[in-house]
Write a protein that binds this ligand. Structure first.
Ligand code: LLP
Length: 469
C-alpha cells in the first residue's frame, strides 16, 4: 500500500500540488478544513455525476445492442440528500428509496414519482400511502403479507399500485454475510426454491384462491399479486448483495429470474414487462483494488441475459439496475484532524502507531460492523519520514472504534495533521450515529474550485433539542 493520489481509491478530482498539499476539485484540503471544520465528508460532485452517467450510458448501450431497454436507479440508501438526488436525476438516473425518509428527500428534490421506486421488507402503512399518493413508479413488495397490505391500501384510495415482487435466487454474493441478501436464511424477498416456511404457506393459502401447493414462495407472491385487481404486476426484482467484484453472480441470478418469469407466463399467460437486477457493483477501497468497470459489466450482463432469455424461449423484458455504492462511494472522502499519536508494542514485537482522529465509528461504522478496509493518507503536507505501521482510530469510548485497521503513515505523523480516508461516500454519512453524543459531520460538495455545504454539521444544540427532559 503506497501513496496513490491521484487515482483510485480517491475520487477523480483529488490531486496533490508541488508542496504535497492535496486538493479536491481544485480546493486545497486545508481550505476545506478551515472553512468547514473537521471531521467532514467531502463529496466530489463532478466525480459522482461522471459515475452516474457512465453507468447509465454503459447499460443503455449494452442493452440496446441486445434489443432491450434499461433504467438505472440510484440506490439512495448509499447516501441521499436533496442535491445528490438532483444530480443523479440530472444525469438521467431514477431513484430507489428504501424508507419514507428517503422517499421524502427524492420527492422534495423534484424527482418525479414515476421515476422513484420504494423498497423495504417492512414498509409502514404511511410509507405505502405516501408512495401511492406520489404515484411512484414501483413498489417492490417483499412478502405475501405485504402484497395484501399494498393491495388493500391501493384499493382504499381507488388506485392501482405498480408492484415488483422481490425474489431471492439463492445466489450469495458480496463482501460480508450482512450485505449479501439473496441467500435463503435472511429476511429479504421470496425464495424461488420450492420449500416455503410453514408460516408463509399459511399466508399463501389465505392469499390465493388457486391451489398453490408445491409452488415456491416467489411463485406464490406473483400469483397473489395477479389475484388482486388493485395491483399491477410490473415485474420481478432480485438483489444479490453488495460490494460484488465477480460478475458471475449477477448472471446466475438473472437466469433464475428469467426462468421464473417464463414459468409464470406458462402458468398464467402473463409475461411480466420488467426485471430488476438490483445493485451491488463493487468499488475500490484500497490502492491496487480494481472496481467493476461499468462498460465491462454492462456488456457481460447484457450478453448473459440475452443468452438466458433465448434458452428460456421468452422475449426480453425491460431491465433495471440499482447501483448505490458504485455511484457515490468513490466520490466521497472523509477529512479528519489528527489529535493524538501513540506508539503501542504489539504481540509480535512490532510497534503499531495509534493515530487518533476527531471522528470515528459514529461517522463510519463499516470497519467495526463489517471489518471493512479503508485507505488513509496525510493530505495537508508531504513527508519524507520513514513510513510506520499505523492504525487510525476514532474518539469513541470503545476499542473497536477503528477507522483504518492497517495503513502505512509517515513516521512524523503528528497532532494537527489533516488525514483523509478514501472512498467513504457510500454508507458513511447514511449509517452515521450520534454515539457518545458526537454530532454528525457536515457533507460538503466540491466542484470547480469551490465548496458548499449540502448537509450542515450537527451541533450540541441539535442533540439537546431532541431531549425533552
Ligand atoms: N438495491 C437493493 C434492493 C439493495 O438492497 C441495495 C443495497 C442496493 C440496491 C444498493 O447496493 P449497492 O449498489 O450500494 O451495493 N450497509 C452496507 C450495504 C448494504 C446494502 C443493502 N442494500 C455496506 O455499508 O456495505
Amino acid at each position: 500500500m503506497t501513496t496513490t493520489i491521484p487515482g483510485e481509491p480517491w475520487s477523480t478530482g483529488v490531486a496533490r500540488d508541488g508542496a504535497g498539499v492535496a486538493s479536491v476539485a481544485g480546493v486545497p484540503v486545508a481550505d476545506l478544513a478551515a472553512q468547514h471544520g473537521t471531521p467532514a465528508y467531502v463529496l466530489d460532485e463532478g466525480d459522482l455525476r461522471g459515475r452516474a452517467s457512465a453507468y447509465r450510458r454503459a447499460f443503455e448501450t449494452a442493452f440496446a445492442e441486445i434489443g432491450a431497454g434499461v433504467d438505472v436507479y440510484y440506490a439512495g440508501k448509499a447516501f441521499l440528500s436533496l442535491a445528490v438526488a438532483r444530480w443523479v436525476h440530472d444525469e438521467g438516473l431514477r431513484v430507489d428509496t428504501a424508507s419514507g425518509g428517503e422517499l421524502a428527500i427524492a420527492l422534495r428534490a423534484g424527482v418525479p414519482g414515476a421515476h422513484i421506486g420504494l423498497h423495504g421488507n417492512n414498509k409502514s402503512d404511511d410509507e405505502i400511502v405516501t408512495a401511492l399518493d406520489a404515484g411512484v413508479g414501483r413498489i417492490i413488495v417483499d412478502s405475501l403479507v405485504e402484497i395484501e397490505r399494498v393491495a388493500d391500501l391501493a384499493g382504499a384510495r381507488g388506485v392501482v399500485a405498480p408492484v415488483m415482487v422481490r425474489v431471492t435466487t439463492g445466489v450469495h454474493a458480496g463482501g460480508h454475510e450482512y450485505i449479501s441478501t439473496a441467500h435463503e436464511d435472511q429476511k429479504f424477498g421470496l425464495s424461488i426454491a420450492p420449500t416455503p416456511a410453514a408460516s408463509e404457506q399459511v399466508v399463501a393459502a389465505a392469499a390465493t384462491s388457486s391451489d398453490a401447493g408445491g409452488d415456491s414462495p416467489a411463485m406464490r407472491g406473483l400469483l397473489a399479486v395477479l389475484a388482486r385487481p388493485e395491483l399491477h404486476l410490473l415485474g420481478i426484482h432480485s438483489h444479490i448483495g453488495s460490494q460484488i467484484l465477480d460478475p458471475s453472480g449477477f448472471e446466475v441470478a438473472a437466469r433464475a429470474v428469467l426462468e421464473l418469469r417464463a414459468a409464470l407466463a406458462e402458468r398464467t399467460g402473463v409475461l411480466v414487462d420488467e426485471v430488476d437486477l438490483g445493485g451491488g457493483y463493487g468499488i475500490a477501497y484500497l490502492p491496487g483494488e480494481v472496481a467493476l468497470d461499468p462498460d465491462r459489466i454492462a456488456k457481460d450482463v447484457a450478453a448473459s441475459v440475452a443468452a438466458s432469455a433465448a434458452d428460456v424461449g421468452t422475449p426480453l423484458p425491460r431491465f433495471s439496475i440499482e447501483p448505490g455504492r458504485a455511484i457515490v462511494g468513490p466520490a466521497g472522502l472523509t477529512l479528519y484532524t489528527v489529535g493524538t499519536v501513540k506508539p503501542v508494542r504489539i504481540d509480535d514485537g512490532r510497534t503499531r502507531t495509534y493515530v487518533s482522529v476527531d471522528g470515528g465509528m459514529s461517522d463510519n461504522i463499516r470497519p467495526a460492523l463489517y471489518g471493512a478496509a479503508y485507505h488513509a493518507e496525510i493530505v495537508g503536507r508531504l513527508s519524507d519520514a520513514e513510513p510506520v505501521l499505523a492504525r487510525v482510530v476514532g474518539k469513541h469510548c470503545e476499542s473497536g472504534d477503528i477507522v483504518v485497521h492497517e495503513v502505512q503513515l509517515p513516521g512524523d505523523v503528528r497532532a494537527g495533521d489533516l488525514l483523509a480516508v478514501a472512498a467513504t461516500g457510500a454508507y458513511g454519512r447514511s449509517m452515521a450515529s450520534n454515539y457518545n453524543q458526537v454530532p454528525r459531520p457536515p457533507v460538503v460538495a466540491v466542484r470547480d474550485g469551490g465548496s458548499r455545504v449540502l448537509i450542515r454539521r450537527e451541533t450540541i444544540a441539535d442533540l439537546l433539542a431532541l431531549d425533552e427532559g
